[in-house]
Design a protein around this ligand. Structure first.
Ligand SMILES: Nc1ncnc2c1ncn2[C@@H]1O[C@H](COP(=O)(O)OP(=O)(O)O)[C@@H](O)[C@H]1O
Ligand SMILES: CC(=O)N[C@@H](CCC(=O)OP(=O)(O)O)C(=O)O
Length: 258
């Protein structure tokens, strides 16, 4: 099977102009077929603050009321996505920016209200892998933001890590698919004060141990849960680390295995 790399970048890289440029350069040099998925939660919170709108996160997910949905649509689908596409075009990558509504690529359903009402947050139901593959085969590089739709005209906010893993699962029927979750740290750290204490391999058993020891906390929990979902559903490899893991020189990052 031909290889496909899915790279996700988090909000802290997007916020730092130098890191973002360095990442996009690495991405542009990456050989083979590739898809970029970006977050941007930090920028959305910042712009919401400026507009006097409070941001509420529960279990790492944004409570998305109608006003917040407007902000995230502008910030993820517009500001961040279009700037990223322009920067990639400048690096000779023929990028095309997409939400899940574009070419009906990612359909989701509004998260049912249980103890918490997340508002306009979508859980992914269907990835149109054939349509995404048409873009790739035509020579375009898809750049996805953290927005999906319900097929009935409603946009929904979906975590970018989940977008990356569900696209990867969809594409793994056709490609030997790897996911690279890039963030500001070198990988999953054993000791938060030592930036080089990277846990090189995490499987289901060691994950439980790291959770029990409270070494893995906060946003890292849903991220690793997404990794296991992907590996259980056909994705070949999942890595978490700094953007330099996209180069052959760096082997200090975390690999997740079952
Ligand atoms: N053991 C750990 N090693 C590294 N990061 C961790 C660990 N435990 C918790 N984290 C947190 O997970 C965050 C990364 O997840 P997330 O908030 O989803 O970031 P992003 O969306 O930017 O990738 C880190 O910024 C860090 O605060
Ligand atoms: C539902 C939900 O929580 N969506 C996320 C989407 C953005 C995101 O995932 O951004 P990072 O990768 O930068 O964290 C949010 O609005 O924060």
């Amino acid at each position: 099977m031909e290889k496909l790399s899915i790279i996700k970048i988090g909000g802290n890289i997007i916020e730092d102009e130098t890191s973002l440029h360095a990442f996009l350069k690495l991405f542009s040099n990456l050989e083979g077929k590739k898809i970029l998925v970006h977050g941007g939660g930090k920028r959305a919170t910042h712009i919401a603050n400026k507009l006097g709108i409070e941001s509420k996160m529960v279990n790492g997910r944004r409570i998305t009321d109608a006003e917040t949905l407007e902000i995230i649509t502008m910030v993820y689908g517009g500001l961040i996505n279009k700037n990223m596409v322009a920067k990639l075009q400048a690096l000779q990558v023929d990028a095309i920016g997409l939400t899940g509504a574009d070419i009906n690529s990612i359909q989701s359903e509004k998260r049912p209200v249980k103890e918490i009402d997340f508002g306009f947050v979508g859980d992914v139901k269907k990835v149109a892998s054939n349509s995404i593959d048409k873009l790739i085969k035509a020579g375009f590089t898809p750049v996805f933001c953290a927005i999906t739709h319900d097929g009935k005209g409603q946009l929904l906010n979906t975590n970018a890590d989940t977008i990356a893993s569900t696209i990867a699962v969809g594409m793994s029927k056709t490609y030997d698919t790897s996911i690279y979750y890039c963030f500001e740290l070198n990988g999953v750290l054993r000791d938060f004060n030592d930036k080089n204490s990277v846990v090189k391999n995490i499987d289901t058993t060691s994950y439980k141990e790291l959770l029990d020891a409270k070494i893995i906390t906060d946003g890292m929990i849903p991220k690793i849960d997404n990794c296991f979902d992907a590996l259980n559903n056909g994705v070949s490899k999942v890595h978490i680390g700094n953007t330099s893991m996209l180069t052959k020189e760096n082997d200090n990052f975390t690999t997740i295995t079952l």
